[in-house]
Design a protein around this ligand. Sequence first.
Ligand SMILES: Nc1ncnc2c1ncn2[C@@H]1O[C@H](COP(=O)(O)OP(=O)(O)O)[C@@H](O)[C@H]1O
Ligand SMILES: [Mg+2]
Length: 223
Amino acid sequence: MNKVFAAEQLSKTFDPDTSPIHAVKDVSLEIFENEIIVLTGRSGSGKSTLLHLLAGLEKKTSGSIFFKENDYDKLKPNELTCLRRTEMGFVYQFHYLLNELSAQENVSLPLKLNNVNHDRAILASIEILDSLGLGHRIDHKPSELSGGEKQRVAIARSLVHSPSLVILDEPTGDLDTQTSLEVINSLKKFVSDKKSSLLIATHDDNFQKIADRKLMMDSGIIE
Ligand SMILES: Nc1ncnc2c1ncn2[C@@H]1O[C@H](COP(=O)(O)OP(=O)(O)O)[C@@H](O)[C@H]1O
Ligand SMILES: [Mg+2]
């Protein structure tokens, strides 16, 4: 199997000079094509920090990260941004949708940033929203959507450009059991259709069923 991603001895210390918090400690991790990895651990164990480091959204304190043949340390900031835009999808714990844009416009943003033709971007974003059960909400703005609907818009936005790695931070936290199961099935279908990989931090037991590999984080360490 092809390796998509590797982190070696990755660490992150917040506030190193005042009262240091060792949020991630010497984590090594490999992710292969077509793999679903589920990361659990109590609140404060370092899951979000680890996901942000892996996506290059947060600066590591030490260690190395490779995406396919790219070493993060050797990429210029714009190259890392470009890599993230084209090859990765990220679902934040707190959505971060743009309030002034409709669901469809939020979802088509990654395609716009990748210079995809306007009409194709609209079609692809409607299609992915539809597959997540939001076909009837495409013109609504985030303020007009429920927490669960916003979460699904954020998931749609992370998938629309068919990234090879999707990182999801507690993606079903606001969803009822039935909707959560539907979203999980859509994610599983996405992985098999696109040969992508998923790394999911979650407390949702329903993810355990589709996990190829389960990881547990405690006090910054993967056990
Ligand atoms: N920006 C930050 N500055 C200082 N400490 C932080 C910051 N972000 C997270 N932390 C701390 O790092 C630890 C891990 O947090 P986090 O990665 O959010 O855990 P989880 O996602 O598992 O709940 C916690 O002790 C948290 O308070
Ligand atoms: Mg978190």
